[in-house]
Design a protein around this ligand. Structure first.
Ligand code: MN
Length: 313
């Protein structure tokens, strides 16, 4: 997935203070040729949740009469991309030569590190529905130039909780660990509720966000419908709630970012100069590899805004 805001803005990301349980309101953004997403962060009010620095949700969309996702080759640096589906299929192809279909319950994890190109398309033919998340994890400064890598994880740990079952997508949750390679303390888990009151154990050093994927639930008196996202700050060792049967959420969390990030287009860096260099390299066809056969769909970088990349205020 690619950040294709028509007027890309830069965000200097740092830990932000917001009351617990606050809604994170999405905005709509076009991604690729035919997909409209709900972008929850980064935004003015919420730049990141732990190291999770980007959250797009797409669907559920009926793609039976159209091409579905059509996101051509584009570059990334300084981050990992996490693709997690609830319905449908997405074909990932990258500059390391990987071609991997991802389905619900499976994780596609791309570590862009020093620089990598990928493309994401609905396969042909494809299932009628598409519903999923595109997430980015900011790499810590010490690891952000690691060699590019891609991994597909079809088998992830499941944990039984009071009133819920969870798939541990990334990091640690409720005593289980995802096999996916990550570079900081974090959690990404899909949680499915039953009919009994539920209790989600949390790492109290983490901040968290909870996105309702299906159904609705009540957490601490606040009812959250599908599409609602709520932020919970550090210092909590659990969340207690009651859900509609078959409700499902995505839980994201991690230690608050301890370092400033500069995010622009598909790049996560630390300085304006570094971002400008990455953009120039992409435009010149350097450093990011290629996707033979897909170059006609290669995305052009938008122009850099004048001056320093600083937060919108
Ligand atoms: Mn991408």
């Amino acid at each position: 997935m690619s950040n294709l805001d028509q007027e890309p803005v830069s965000w200097r990301v740092q830990a932000t203070v917001e009351p617990a349980g606050q809604p994170i309101e999405p905005r709509r953004a076009a991604v690729g040729e035919s997909t409209v997403v709900a972008r929850y962060f980064p935004s003015r009010r919420r730049t990141a949740v732990g190291p999770w620095c980007f959250l797009d949700a797409y669907g559920p969309d009926d793609v039976s009469g159209g091409p579905g996702m059509q996101v051509g080759p584009h570059p990334h640096i300084g981050l990992q991309t996490v693709t997690w589906l609830f319905d449908g299929e997405v074909l990932h192809r990258d500059s390391l030569g990987n071609s991997q279909l991802v389905r619900p319950g499976e994780l596609n994890l791309m570590t862009a590190g020093a620089g990598m190109t990928h493309a994401e398309h609905s396969p042909t033919p494809h299932p009628p529905w598409l519903y999923g998340l595109q997430l980015w994890v900011a790499l810590p400064d010490i690891d952000r130039s690691v060699a590019p890598a891609f991994a597909h994880h079809p088998n992830l740990p499941e944990v039984e909780l009071d009133g819920a079952t969870a798939t541990v997508v990334a990091g640690h949750f409720a005593g289980a660990a995802s096999p996916a390679a990550v570079y900081s303390a974090l959690v990404g888990a899909e949680v499915r509720f039953g009919t009994a009151p539920a209790l989600l154990p949390l790492d109290s050093t983490f901040e968290h966000a909870l996105l309702v994927v299906d159904g609705a639930l009540v957490i601490e008196g606040r009812r959250l419908e599908r599409g609602a996202c709520a932020y919970f700050g550090t210092g909590r060792d659990h969340l207690a709630g009651a859900a509609d049967p078959l409700a499902r959420v995505m839980l994201l969390g991690g230690e608050p970012l301890g370092e400033p990030l500069v995010m622009w287009w598909n790049f996560v860096g630390r300085t304006t100069e570094e971002i400008a260099e990455a953009r120039a390299d992409w435009e010149a066809g350097r450093q990011f590899g290629a996707l033979p056969g897909l170059e006609a769909e290669r995305m052009a970088a938008p122009p850099l805004p004048p001056g320093r990349l600083v937060p919108r205020s």
